[in-house]
Design a protein around this ligand. Sequence first.
Ligand code: R1P
Length: 287
Amino acid sequence: KRRKKRYTYESLTETAQYLLDRVPYQPRIGIICGSGMGALAEALSEPLIFPYEKIPNFPVSTVEGHVGQLVFGYLSGVPVVCMQGRFHYYEGYPLWKCAMPVRVMKLLGVTHLIASNAAGGLNKTYKVGDVMLVKDHINMMGFAGNNPLQGPNDDRFGPRFPPMNTAYDKFLTQKAKQVAVEEDLGGMVHEGVYTCLGGPNFETVAELKMLGMLGVDAVGMSTVHEVITARHCGMTVLAFSLITNMCITDYNCYDEANHEEVMDVGKMRQDVLKRFVARIVDFIAKE
Ligand code: R1P
């Protein structure tokens, strides 16, 4: 049997319905856990867990540090759904497939997306363990014509040509910054520009120098396609990067980026991030 090329509105509705038939409420907020940050989902009370392989039409996670399950539950008393494991382009999935859970969230009733990621700090003022609230992104893969919205547009999700200048909700980002400072996250809180590269290799020195010149503050391999998809279907977005390593832009430095370090920093910061996300959820619910 040939696999369907793309998800349709109908097939994603089927996926959402499968979940709604098994969860006695509609989640309001969707949370995506970055590498090593899966513990964010452990903060949910009364968790209902769905491994991706059990959910109709869902891809499966193949990366270490991404468990691969949807967790429904309550955070700060608010019904939420958490992706404990996301999909990356380098796993072999096209961008529209990587971002499909966002559309499922929309069909579940989610209005706000909180996307987290582990990223390399390019801005020299950043330190490992810092949090960067994403104020904007540069869609490098989009420059080359690779975009999750590529292909026929279904107006039931959103318009053919969605604007992106207001992708990251300014009000929510300011609030999150305030919360991060109040919670004394233990590191510094920044606002900056994120970019997503295809991966899976980490960047060369020349690539990082170029990105720095373009105004990029943190580099990763996710989030951008999720945010584009979320904004396309009218969701309010907050995104943050945990700086898990500093980008090496010096040819005389022989340190090397590695995924273990990325996950370790995620784990190290998991408790503060849990509190941080719980407070943001509380704020959104009361907004
Ligand atoms: C590299 O260590 C991995 O960590 C980041 C990068 O994108 C890459 O997948 O993961 P998340 O963006 O999923 O947090």
